[in-house]
Design a protein around this ligand. Structure first.
Ligand code: HDD
Length: 714
């Protein structure tokens, strides 16, 4: 049952309390613009309220339009019909040009370690300080109606409503990016989106134009290693890392600056699916991630992330074989450890997808005093793009007044008017300086030199700002060292997954020269990888593409591998138990208890859902077998009678259930009766195929040692 608190009782013309400054008046008059400011309101549909049109006129009949005679034409004067259709016709807004498909949730951020020596940001001054947050996770390439599990980077955008203004950390689940300069972003996005003439493929990078662009942009090769790894086929949004990607700056009260990189570490650990699994999930449940996040929060299983910072100074930066302003590079955790300073917990689902998740507008330019930009040329371009895109998506420069976007601290200025203005500033003071206060009028707000942003501390000791140049700094030309470091840091299975992903993607490319060029680029990363991919495509190993700068050997970093850091926890994981008529209820209950005790969720699957007679009572299933394939779960178990197992062994959905779980290296816990199904599905005994009693010991971890049996890892 949902554990979320019941909404507070509403009244007619209900005003939801989600507007800024519900606790403290956001548009207060004491320091403000003078006079009363009306607040933004949202109308809640109260079940007992009478139906009205948008101007408050009560509606008597919501079924029939107004007609001239019983069988006559509809009348233009029916303003009820016209308003309803008019509003409906305009319900959609332009979807985001990238990251169109997303899922959002509310939560809270709490500082767990005060760092006033590093930053004056108010949220980091005291341990225990907290602020509300809104997070939107997304895929990048697909449209709003695409599926949740394509191979794609995941957006990880966090809006922290701090008492000194909104801080938007608009990151991804990968710590580096495809390109170094914002100048290339439109080209990158055009290349990966549906091809311009044919309008496909949707939400897929496996096509000519993307790989054509990539082959010609070797700076993307590090990101390509990540994108072809299991990071881009996550099991759950609750189990992805988040990264601010760019190098930012921390600035303390004295004005001293240090560089900083931001990391979100999932408390549930990082977990991914296999490619075959991700593809099948897309068919079984296109909303797999969205549903998983919503249901977990609804059940009170609140996902959480620790916020970590890597802090370093200019002297460290100057010594590295890469440029810290280059967003295609990361800082190995072994060189600069990630220090945990806070925790974010998502504890409330949105009430309305459109009003909140769709209308939320993230701006990397939203920073707070104590956090500053760096000169990363990708970040600098983003500072323009997001503000601009919100105007186009939300239609007005007043998008900051939409409740999900408005700060929860007061804001006052002399900006006025514009489309969809919902505030009503009073008085004459709409300019500054003014001396209206001398005449007893409210003169409005004034700058605050001591606490506001002053000179941005985006300085760089190694830069000569007197020159205007269209260039990149020298170290940006090293495109391969970190790509190689990433590849060599993976386990053998993970390396095989990268190679297979590249083979799959390039097999969809129809232009031979494009494939050849990409494989030629791979030779700069690792010759063995290039050979595997060439082999998989059945092409000759091409000549190495010329590198702009010779790569150097960097120490592999274990922190970059998912499998090396895999957690054996069952928390947040979902286990399916297959049962049928006659199954032993006591055994089912016992297994359920084991799963729940370890923090997991049990999901009952049966050939029929309504209510099945089992030994010891009647049981309802949570899902029907054909609609609940094993790809939707972290592990499976089966409790059947001999007869039912025999019957099921003739059903494709049941056999496939076990075959897939085995192929995806999942734990299979079973009773003796199930053996007939296992034999049919080709399930062989190994450490992950266990008796019901053995389940607790192996839990929901994946059994990668099995993989070579079910997939060619060459
Ligand atoms: Fe971006 C959306 C993340 C580079 C231009 N981006 C967007 C979102 C995320 C990111 C998570 C979705 C926000 C939401 O949920 O509403 N983008 C990144 C990261 C980047 C990056 C981590 C590199 C480090 N982006 C980037 C560049 C540009 C943009 C270089 C343009 C020069 N991004 C946009 C955008 C979007 C956007 C077009 C589309 C919708 C939106 O902004 O609000 O302005």
């Amino acid at each position: 049952m949902p554990k979320k608190p019941a909404p507070s009782p509403a009244t007619d013309n209900q005003l939801h309390d989600h507007q800024p400054g519900a606790e403290q008046p956001a548009f207060s008059t004491e320091q403000g613009n003078g006079g009363e400011l009306h607040q933004t309101v949202a109308y809640g549909a109260h079940p007992a309220a009478y139906l009205t049109d948008n101007f408050g006129h009560r509606i008597a009949d919501n079924q029939n339009s107004l007609r001239a005679g019983e069988r006559g034409p509809t009348l233009l004067e029916d303003f009820v019909l016209r308003e309803k259709i008019f509003h409906f016709d305009h319900e959609r807004i332009p979807e985001r040009i990238v990251h169109a498909r997303g899922s959002g949730a509310h939560g809270v951020f709490e500082c767990t370690k005060a760092i006033p020596g590093l930053t004056k940001a108010s949220i980091f001054q005291t341990e225990g300080a907290s602020c509300p947050v809104f997070v939107r996770f997304s895929t990048v390439a697909g449209g709003a109606g695409s599926v949740d599990t394509p191979r794609d980077v995941r957006g990880f955008a966090v809006k922290l409503y701090t008492d000194s203004g909104n801080w938007d950390l608009v990151g991804n689940n990968i710590p580096v990016f495809f390109i170094q300069d914002a100048m290339k972003f439109p080209d990158l996005v055009h290349s990966v989106k549906m091809e311009a003439d044919r309008g496909y493929p949707q939400a897929a990078s496996a096509h000519d134009t993307f790989w054509d662009f990539i082959g010609l942009m070797p700076e993307a090769m590090h990101m390509i290693m990540w994108a072809m790894s299991d990071r881009t086929i996550p099991r759950s949004l609750r189990m992805i890392e988040g990264f601010g990607v760019h190098t930012f700056r921390f600035v303390n009260e004295k004005g001293d600056g240090k560089f900083v990189k931001f990391h979100w570490k999932p408390v549930l650990g990082i977990q991914s699916t296999t490619w075959d699994e991700a593809v099948k999930i897309a068919g079984a449940d296109p909303d797999f991630h969205r549903r998983d996040l919503f249901e977990a929060i609804d059940a009170g299983d609140f996902p959480a992330w620790d916020l970590g910072v890597q802090v370093f100074d200019e002297a460290f930066a100057a010594k590295q074989p890469y440029d810290v302003l280059d967003a295609t590079k990361l800082i190995p955790e072994e060189d600069v450890p990630v220090e945990i300073v806070g925790r974010m917990t998502l504890n409330r689902n949105v009430d309305n997808f459109f009003a909140e998740t769709e209308q939320v507008a993230f701006l990397p330019s939203n920073i707070i005093p104590g956090i500053d930009f760096s000169n990363d040329p990708l970040l600098q371009g983003r500072l323009f793009s997001y503000l601009d895109t919100q105007k186009s998506r939300l239609g007005t420069t007043n998008f900051h007044q939409i409740p999900i976007n408005a700060p929860k601290c007061p804001f006052h200025n002399f900006q006025r008017d514009g489309m969809m203005q919902t505030l009503v500033p009073t008085g004459r003071a709409n300019y500054e300086p003014n001396s209206l206060a001398e005449a007893g009028e409210n003169g409005g707000p004034r700058p605050s030199p001591a606490t506001g942003f002053n000179a941005f501390t985006t300085n760089d000791e190694r830069n000569d700002p007197t020159q205007k140049l269209r260039v990149r700094a020298e170290l940006f030309a090293d495109h391969f060292s970190q790509a190689r470091m990433f590849y060599l840091s993976q386990t053998e299975n993970e390396q095989a997954h990268i190679a297979s992903a590249l083979v799959f993607e390039l097999s969809k490319v129809t232009l031979d020269h494009v494939r050849v060029r990409v494989v030629g680029q791979l030779r700069n990363i690792d010759d063995n990888l290039a050979k595997r991919v060439a082999d998989g495509l059945a092409i000759d190993l091409p000549a190495k593409e010329k590198a702009a700068r010779a790569p150097v050997d960097l120490k592999p970093s274990d922190a970059l591998s998912i499998q090396k850091n895999a957690d054996d926890t069952m928390e947040g994981r979902k286990v399916a138990i297959l049962f049928a008529e006659g199954s032993d209820k006591a055994a089912i209950d016992a297994l359920k208890a084991t799963i729940e005790k370890a923090g997991g969720t049990a999901f009952l699957v049966a050939p029929k859902v309504g209510g099945i007679k089992v030994k010891g009572g009647t049981l309802k299933a949570d899902g029907q077998l054909a609609g609940s394939p094993s790809v939707l779960f972290d592990a499976i178990a089966s409790i059947l009678t001999d007869d039912q197992a025999k019957t099921l062994s003739k059903q494709g959905a049941a056999v496939q259930w076990f075959m897939d779980a085995f192929g995806h290296c999942k734990t299979i816990a079973h009773d003796e009766a199930t053996q007939i199904l296992l034999d049919k599905a080709g399930v062989e005994k190994d450490s992950g195929v266990v008796t019901l009693d053995g389940f607790a010991k192996v839990g929901t971890r994946r059994h990668w040692a099995r993989e070579a049996k079910v997939r060619d890892l060459a």
